[in-house]
Design a protein around this ligand. Structure first.
Ligand code: SF4
Ligand code: SF4
Length: 164
């Protein structure tokens, strides 16, 4: 009897609590700032070009070989508008094979790639999740805006400036 009353009490108290579940896909729970979704490419607002130089370091280190890129001479360097001699010409990530390991971000020397908050990219077509340069940059711009992203190099530079 006592056990039944206890059970009823638990039911009653929980009936009036705010629901903690979300009705996906209509509702989405917010992700933590440190959440690591699919990698995206960053956009240098100051110059108006990607940070990526197409150097291939991330591609050589990717354990699932799901990335490819090509570099080219940077036309903005020739015009004196950019410090980057080389720039990315094409870039592709097959998100269907990416294991979200963060290695590409760790090895990039140019702050050009970041793990975004993007995680809802399921498709029904084989290889339907191959993202090319325009899409990766678009996703990168959204992520930059969402978190107020700044390149790590800029933070280190600011620290150095602050050090007497
Ligand atoms: S994302 Fe970084 S490591 Fe990868 S190709 Fe671009 S500059 Fe090189
Ligand atoms: S997160 Fe890992 S698997 Fe995905 S593209 Fe980067 S290195 Fe490759």
């Amino acid at each position: 009897m006592l056990a039944s009353l206890k059970g009823l009490w638990v039911t009653l108290t929980n009936t009036f609590k705010k629901p903690v579940t979300a009705q996906y896909p209509k509702q989405h729970l917010p992700v933590a700032r440190r959440y690591m979704g699919f990698p995206v490419l960053m956009w240098d607002e100051g110059v108006g070009e990607p940070y990526c130089t197409g150097c291939m370091v991330c591609i050589r280190n990717c354990p699932t070989l799901c990335m490819s890129a090509q570099m080219m001479d940077n036309p903005l360097f020739k015009e004196g508008k950019s410090k980057r001699r080389k720039i990315v010409e094409s870039f592709e990530i097959n998100f269907g094979r990416c294991i979200l390991c963060n290695i590409c971000v760790e090895v990039c020397n140019f702050d050009a790639i970041e793990m975004s908050h993007q995680h809802e990219l399921s498709v029904v077509v084989r290889n339907g999740n191959r993202a090319t340069l325009p899409r990766l940059l678009e996703m990168g711009k959204e992520f930059q805006k969402e978190v107020g992203w700044k390149p790590k190099g800029a933070e280190e530079g600011a620290k150095e400036e602050a050090t007497p």
